[in-house]
Design a protein around this ligand. Structure first.
Ligand code: HEC
Ligand code: HEC
Ligand code: HEC
Ligand code: HEC
Ligand code: HEC
Length: 313
């Protein structure tokens, strides 16, 4: 009897430790409740945003023209440089310690040096997805239309911004609730799967965009990469010189740009990028008796009015 109750007691004492891994959220990137995708299609389905379209037509139409809708392709330059990065990793010479000699050797870790910002959800995929994705990218870059269509379905969509990256300080603000959509208010949300609206503490602030728009080199990787640095420039140059606007002010709210979030592809953005003034003072001078040369003094002043260096990178 005594023995039995001791056994029960020890079970009772041990229980919290046995259950702990199941009830406590991870302290890493996410709550860890996402089961990893084994195929590219599973990864696409994991962040299926199709339900959002019917009720948010305006946001959907603007977004589908933005580079966030096809961030592995962009202006086609992105696709080309993803393909050349993959070729370099597996050529066996450029990165002799990368441990990858064929596409089949690639792991998520190899692609994360770009996917960190171009496809952050890749961290929820098994290495088999890295191999499948790398093959698709290489084929698409060589002109395979079907592969290109598939690559374009891997995007920074409504659920990436309104859920996945909606919280930065997770120890304070908590981990992302996968049954909610994050915006600026709290309350009921009529989506059958995402029935709650929660407040993101950062969605209207520059740090929200800064998560992908770069500070400088990404030193956390075994082989650091560097691409976008607009957020670094915003923090270290624009704000210290008195800038007060956020990324959302200039790229979304002004001119009702909304979810299109354009840069110089859009004339309105190009127009507000620089201020310039030209001052011309014409004069002529007597070179030698009887010979006048016409001259002009031209002063061109250019001021960058963007919230960061241009061009970026
Ligand atoms: C059945 C219609 C419906 C669907 C489906 C739907 N929404 Fe909504 N959503 C609404 C309505 C209505 C509101 C306005 C709620 C309010 O402000 O009271 C809203 C509000 C929002 C807001 C604004 C929150 C804020 O206050 O800033 C966001 C963001 C949002 N939805 C994102 C999404 C995303 C992402 C999806 C797809 C996963 C989605 N919605 C699917 C109807 C829908
Ligand atoms: C999850 C990562 C991520 C987040 C969050 C993000 N972006 Fe981007 N953004 C990208 C990537 C990747 C590209 C480049 C795609 C390409 O060109 O291939 C891009 C492109 C852009 C461009 C260039 C568009 C063009 O037409 O040239 C602008 C401007 C931009 N983003 C603004 C923003 C703003 C403003 C926010 C915040 C409201 C934001 N982004 C949030 C990843 C992100
Ligand atoms: C820190 C986040 C981040 C990382 C890491 C990153 N990128 Fe980018 N990249 C962006 C963003 C954001 C943009 C769009 C804004 C811009 O052009 O500054 C962009 C733009 C680009 C562009 C320019 C597209 C154009 O049309 O001008 C190319 C090409 C590119 N990325 C390729 C890559 C490759 C390849 C890797 C990996 C070696 C990589 N990026 C790593 C965030 C990142
Ligand atoms: C790159 C990040 C990003 C993506 C992708 C994105 N949103 Fe947003 N969304 C934002 C930000 C930032 C705001 C807040 C804008 C502000 O503060 O003015 C916002 C605001 C909203 C709002 C509130 C009303 C409004 O338009 O300001 C709705 C609704 C919404 N988004 C729906 C969507 C839907 C639906 C999709 C997918 C088609 C989507 N968003 C994709 C960043 C994003
Ligand atoms: C004061 C307004 C303003 C603010 C604030 C601002 N931008 Fe911009 N941004 C611009 C303008 C204007 C351009 C177009 C530049 C051009 O035409 O060359 C631009 C261009 C860009 C580009 C394209 C750069 C390239 O070379 O491809 C990206 C990406 C971008 N902004 C992202 C951001 C992000 C992220 C933030 C916040 C951290 C931000 N911007 C804050 C005005 C602003």
């Amino acid at each position: 009897m005594v023995k039995r109750s001791l056994w029960l007691l020890s079970l009772f004492l041990l229980l919290p430790f046995v259950l702990l891994p199941f009830v406590l959220p991870g302290i890493g990137y996410s709550q860890g409740e996402i089961k990893k995708a084994k195929t590219v299609d599973e990864l696409i389905k994991m962040f299926d945003y199709s339900s959002c379209i019917q009720c948010h037509q305006k946001e959907y139409e603007e977004w589908s023209k933005s580079f966030h809708a096809f961030p592995l392709v962009g202006s086609m330059r992105t696709l080309a440089s993803w393909a050349s990065t993959i070729r370099l990793i597996i050529d066996g010479k450029t990165y002799p310690y990368a441990n990858a000699r064929r596409v089949e050797d690639l792991k998520v870790e190899h692609l994360m040096i770009c996917a960190k910002c171009h496809l952050p959800q890749l961290k929820y995929a098994e290495d088999s997805v890295a191999v499948e994705l790398a093959k698709l990218v290489l084929s698409a870059a060589e002109g395979d239309e079907k592969a290109l269509e598939k690559v374009k379905q891997l995007n920074i969509n409504c659920l990436i911004c309104h859920q996945e990256v909606a919280i930065v300080h997770k120890w304070r603000d908590g981990f992302v609730d996968r049954s909610a959509v994050y915006g600026k208010t709290e309350g009921f949300h009529p989506d059958p799967k995402y029935g709650k609206l929660k407040k993101s503490p950062i969605i209207d602030r520059a740090v929200f965009c800064g998560q992908c728009h770069g500070l400088g080199p990404n030193f956390e990787f075994p082989h650091p990469s560097q691409c976008a640095t607009a957020y670094g420039s915003y923090l270290h140059a624009y704000i210290p010189s008195g800038g007060t606007k956020t990324c959302q002010d200039c790229h979304m709210r002004e001119d009702n740009l909304g979810h299109f979030m354009p840069a110089y592809r859009d004339k309105r953005m190009a127009k507000k990028a620089v201020d310039y003034s030209v001052e011309v003072i014409p004069y002529s001078y007597l070179h030698k008796p009887g010979v006048y040369h016409n001259k002009a003094r031209v002063v061109v002043k250019m001021t960058n009015k963007a919230g960061h260096r241009i061009p970026d990178g």
